[in-house]
Design a binder for this molecule. Sequence first.
Ligand code: SF4
Ligand code: SF4
Length: 442
Amino acid sequence: MSKAVVWFMEARSRRFLESTAIKGRQILEHSGWLDHLHPGDIVAVKTHMGEAYNVGYLRPAIVRTFVDTLKERGCKPFVTDTTTMPYHPWISRTLSLDHLETANRNGFNQASMGCPIIIADGWLGTDDVIVDLKGRGNYLNKQFVARAIADADALFSLAHFKGHPAGGYGAAIKNIGVGCASKRGKMNLHGALAGDKPVIDTELCPGRKCEWWETCEACCPEGSIKVTEKGLEVDLDSCVYCFACANLCVNMAGRKAIQRFDHLPALGRRIADSALAAMMTKESGKVFCINYALDITPSCDCYGWTDTPLVNSIGVLASTDPVAVDKACIDLMNEAPGLFNSEAEEFNALAPGSKKLNLIKDKDIEAQVYGGVENGLGVAAYAIQEVPLDRSQEAIARLYPDKVRAKKLKPMYEKNHPLSNLDTASFGRPTEGVTHPKHPKK
Ligand code: SF4
Ligand code: SF4
């Protein structure tokens, strides 16, 4: 069986040039993928800019480093994501208006990125193209791909590896499969167009005695929910299976009267189909995937909170194969010891070798990987290649174009030194052991 190459650099950082932002750039340069790009190529840098109040998403400084690299090659990058379904009542990314506000709040804007930020499926999530999977899909025949991403010359997936409540985990396949799908593409991959629905157990709903009943009705964009004194009524004909009510009922009301997180095997495979559709919009060699296995939390960056990590940060992994790079992240997470005071401890998943997220989610979380192998998105077999750190003068010069920035101070100090004309000795006593202090005179 052929193995995909997965490039890797560890998370530990001890000195200059060991920042994980720089390591990602060094992996990208080492991989040779940039040679597939031409000056003027439009590159969609697909990342997740975080839900409001989430603090686990990838730091803007990491994303900016890649934007700079692409611009240096003469490409035209844009940082991008898509509008979401209302996964919960307080979601702040369902319109491009809200998504851009949230991105700005989380540190992503034209000024911080050095390139445009584009919500790739437009105002309400209908600016998309329909891609025919030509019979390759596990579940999907056709999928809606966000137009700005579909029209770009290249796709650079920059994903945060972590757990996910419905998908089991999130990384490259999900960043491409869910993140490049338009809003109606997300409805499609969650099964709504095929007729899937949330599981309703009206017996568990206390009606208007539930303190959340008004939110429950209000969060449904289809007007499908009615809560009366007697209980819950859901019109499943109009429901488009968006999860808003389910996340409210499970996470806030704690009732599970509306829920469904048991469909992971099908959802994972649909996500892989959707990723295939997005990749089919690109010529061969025009997709690259970097996964940051840092802050490996049990839930995704779509929630308005961030739990403690399950394992220590692992590093930066990359491949042209989204299946292989995801599988490598899962395996390295499982090999690592779990962390105390995390869900790894709560679910007895501390031992190295324990399948962390399988134990936490009580299911096999690799459905995206299986689906991606079955539809030909990629391969699960991989060979890790450790990328040596480039600690050369040339590397420093590329990353610090001002060269020795401190040199600028010399002529300024000569004109106006910060300590000039001060009685420096009057500002305090020297450290113990300094017997003959020399107070600077300027
Ligand atoms: S009833 Fe259906 S459409 Fe309405 S919020 Fe719930 S899942 Fe979404
Ligand atoms: S949140 Fe759940 S328990 Fe509360 S009203 Fe809605 S369905 Fe009923």
